[in-house]
Design a protein around this ligand. Structure first.
Ligand code: NAD
Ligand code: TDX
Length: 360
């Protein structure tokens, strides 16, 4: 039975990945979810797997070398899938320090621990061990020419403290591959959306605000472009890269699904209106009147767009969920899980929201 260490498994993509993997492999695999449970980590995301015998949760900080080494010495770990990170650009602009700590130093701690556990005395590695580092398209910077795309060969040009920290972590993984022949892959993915996303990110924030009749804050002119990928497609891509990709390679994962932010917000309003029953009082306020243009994000990247040619050619992955289908599924999920939204938007998050948007 193959054993996975999944870091950041209580977050948005990590929890979707754990669901995906149990759905795909059932009892053939074992997953150890290592998560510090920051504001973004929520064990409610994993309620339906928590009693499985082949699932274990370990609360640990990826910067804590002793705790991480212990996990490797107590378990024969075959795969690491490393999601844990500080992930929100706006937070990184307010407080870059924790991004460097978790994203750079935490990644180094994971690499050191896996290397220590997997390396043979002659410098080779135990059979079949693999590390996958989950990264972002934001490391490539911003595209200005509409015909350009991010390829694996595009030079790194990060702008925000978040993307700079992810770029540094990618370089550290690359250094381990180049220097120690450490068995790893890097994936750089575009913007994900779907169930369990923390409502500080554009899509769940807009769904939640619209349902409550609150303003929908659009940064700048609303014409920044992101390349949206349904989260389950990303999870499938990660698994396919780890099983079918060439070791030491980077694979870009994205959907050719570019949309301006304002288009996304208008689609959300329109879809919500279709979903709400005519006698639902919320239908009165879920309108485009809620849209409010606010001060732009500092250093706001204009356009991201992935060319997923390499992963398609080498691994056979392609995005299966169109935005039209994915956004409907996503909105329906938030509709059906309003208690989940209430839990994550209470307490600390509320305080954060007020601080973040007070000056906008
Ligand atoms: P998220 O913020 O929803 O979840 C992050 C998880 O990591 C949380 O469960 C949190 O508790 C945990 N964590 C944070 N610091 C930790 C620490 N020091 N030790 C242990 N656990 C810690 O993030 P996400 O959106 O699920 O992103 C997951 C990964 O995917 C990140 O590496 C991110 O850079 C990358 N990524 C995200 C997107 C996206 O659109 N969300 C796109 C491309 C790549
Ligand atoms: O209130 C808002 N208003 C707004 O106009 C928010 C929260 C965002 N935006 C804009 C900023 C971006 O152009 O929407 C776009 C998407 O913003 P986010 O959801 O914050 O995502 P982004 O900054 O693109 O980064 C995301 O995708 C890449 C994830 O948060 C990263 O972790 C991932 O690496």
């Amino acid at each position: 039975m193959r054993t996975y260490v999944v870091t950041g498994g209580a977050g948005f993509i990590g929890s979707n990945y754990i669901h995906y993997m149990f759905k795909k492999y059932g009892d053939e695999i074992r997953i150890i979810n290592v998560d510090k449970l920051t504001y973004a980590g929520n064990l409610e995301n994993l309620k339906d797997v928590e009693n499985r015998e082949n699932y274990t949760f370990v609360r640990a900080d990826i910067c804590d070398a002793e705790a991480i080494n212990r996990i490797f010495s107590e378990n024969d770990v075959d795969r690491v899938v490393h999601f844990a990170a500080e992930s929100h650009v706006d937070r990184s602009i307010k407080d870059p320090g924790v991004f460097v700590k978790t994203n750079v130093l935490g990644t180094l701690t994971m690499l050191n621990a896996a290397k220590l556990a997997w390396e043979n005395p002659d410098g080779s590695y135990k059979e079949g061990k693999k590390f996958l580092h989950v990264s972002t398209d934001e490391v490539y910077g911003s595209l200005s020419n509409p015909e350009d795309y991010f390829y694996e060969t595009t030079p790194y040009d990060p702008h925000s403290p978040y993307s700079a920290s992810k770029a540094s972590s990618d370089f550290m993984v690359k250094a381990f591959m180049d220097t120690y022949k450490f068995p790893a892959n890097i994936t750089n993915c575009s913007n994900n959306y779907g169930p369990y996303q923390f409502p500080e990110k554009l899509i769940p924030l807009m769904i939640n605000n619209a349902l409550h009749g609150r303003d929908l804050p659009i940064y700048g002119d609303g014409k920044n472009i992101r390349d949206w990928l349904y989260v389950e497609d990303h999870c499938k891509g990660i698994d396919m890269v780890q099983e079918k990709g060439r070791l030491f390679e980077t694979y870009n994962i994205g959907g050719h699904n570019e949309r301006e932010n304002i288009q996304i917000v208008k689609t959300i309003i329109q879809t919500l209106r279709e979903e709400l029953a005519d006698d639902d009082p919320r239908k009165q306020h879920v309108t485009e009147d809620l849209i409010k243009y606010v001060a732009d994000r500092k250093g706001h990247d204009r356009r991201y767009a992935i060319a997923p040619d390499k992963i398609r050619a080498e691994v056979g992955w392609y995005p299966e969920t169109t935005f039209e289908v994915g956004i409907k599924k996503t909105i329906r999920w938030y509709f059906d899980h309003q208690e989940w939204m209430e839990h994550v938007t209470s307490g600390n998050y509320q305080k954060y929201y007020e601080e973040m948007y007070a000056d906008k």
